[in-house]
Ligand binder design. Structure first.
Ligand SMILES: Cc1cc2nc3c(=O)[nH]c(=O)nc-3n(C[C@H](O)[C@H](O)[C@H](O)COP(=O)(O)O)c2cc1C
Length: 350
């Protein structure tokens, strides 16, 4: 049996598959189902102090789209290339009762060698630091802090912050680092020119890991109604996101070095995709859309597929981390191939 365990951002994980934060981790039932499916960690639905961020949950709507941007049925059996487009809000529970419940669930998780991780999303930094400072007191064992949620620009002013500036990432991370002794994972936006610089800023600010990378804001015109689908912009991600995430992981690894843990999120749909993100530099992978749209068996299938991949290729999960990233070359390293381009051009244009 290949070794699936990894050490990631201050936690020993029994495998690299994490159920990422979303609507399916908003209830005890969802969290227990993810644990039962074998997730090494479950990141609970995020909370913050802002009433507008909570109110936004009542305006949620989601669409699964095929590769031609046609809506698919939400039947928990989407094709692997479905994109999830939509808008979401934050947990409507009050912070203390949610942390209390999560601490109980984390104690259950510990019995199966797993973790339940609370998540905060940045609105006001003082308020976030205050909440972060209280999390260890509930007995919880780690904190994920999302400063890259895509909905920031569309949310009510100040309700959800999408932080793009490296200097601010450093400042915010240092503030939360000072507030909690727990392993601290900072979740970053992908809507930045230099995600590697953001990861490096999180590392310098004292994070134990950076999560690369949040989804993108999008608008999808509907050919029939000639209006935007769902009426607004929304966040989008799909299988197509994976290569974009992998490049940013590789950039972050080059910038931070192999000693700093990265987690992948945005585009993983299978155990093979988990392996791809590990090869790109992640030590663990958060899967959200695939689980929300496909059900919790996605988690157990991913663990089994990763296991099968390792059995076929040899080695262990930790050993995969960064193998492809460290072989990434610049265009200049490729041998010249004069005239080779012609075979990719329609014959009459050669
Ligand atoms: C409907 C929905 C709700 C989400 N809610 C949260 C959230 O509350 N907190 C958070 O940090 N990320 C949230 N995310 C982001 C996911 O955890 C994940 O990072 C992102 O969707 C990219 O990964 P994926 O391709 O596996 O979905 C949400 C994503 C979706 C689709």
């Amino acid at each position: 049996m290949p070794e699936l365990g990894v050490v990631c951002g201050g936690l020993a994980l029994k495998n690299p598959v994490i159920a990422g934060s979303g609507e399916h981790t908003m209830t005890a039932g969802g969290i227990r189902a993810a644990l039962a499916a074998g997730a090494a960690a479950v990141v609970a639905k995020s909370v913050n102090e802002n009433p507008a961020a909570r109110a936004q949950l009542d305006g949620t709507d989601y669409l699964l789209l095929d590769s031609q941007w046609r809506p698919l049925p939400w039947d928990f059996a989407p094709p692997p290339d479905a994109s999830l487009f939509g808008r979401s809000g934050l947990m409507q529970r009050d912070f203390d009762s949610w942390m209390e419940e999560l601490a109980g669930l984390d104690a259950e998780a510990a019995r199966v060698g797993a973790y339940v991780i609370p998540s905060l999303i940045l609105a006001d930094l003082d308020a976030a630091a205050g909440m972060a400072a209280r999390i260890a007191g509930y007995g919880l064992r780690a904190l994920e802090f999302n400063i890259g949620a895509p909905h920031g620009p569309e949310a009510a002013a100040g309700a959800i912050i999408t932080e793009r500036a490296a200097a601010r990432v450093h400042e915010i991370t240092a503030r939360i680092r000072a507030a909690t002794p727990l392993p601290l994972w900072i979740k970053l936006t992908g809507q930045s020119e230099d995600v590697g610089a953001l990861a490096s800023a999180a590392m310098d600010g004292g994070a134990d890991a950076a999560i690369v990378m949040g989804r993108f804001l999008a608008m999808v015109p509907d050919l029939e109604t000639q209006a935007p689908m769902l009426g607004t912009s929304g966040a989008i991600g799909g299988a197509w996101s994976l290569p974009l995430t992998c490049r940013c992981l590789a950039q972050a690894r080059a910038r931070c070095g192999p000693g700093f843990a990265l987690l992948g999120t945005n585009g993983a749909r299978s155990g093979e995709d988990v392996a791809r993100m590990l090869l790109a530099g992640a030590t663990a992978v958060e899967m959200t859309s695939a689980v929300m749209a496909g059900g919790f068996a996605v988690v157990s299938d991913a663990v089994a597929a990763l296991d099968a991949y390792l059995a076929r290729k040899g080695g262990d999960a930790q050993g995969l981390v960064g193998l492809a990233a460290d072989r990434l070359q610049g265009y200049g390293a490729q041998a010249p191939r004069p005239g080779f381009w012609r075979q990719f051009v329609p014959p009459e244009a050669r």
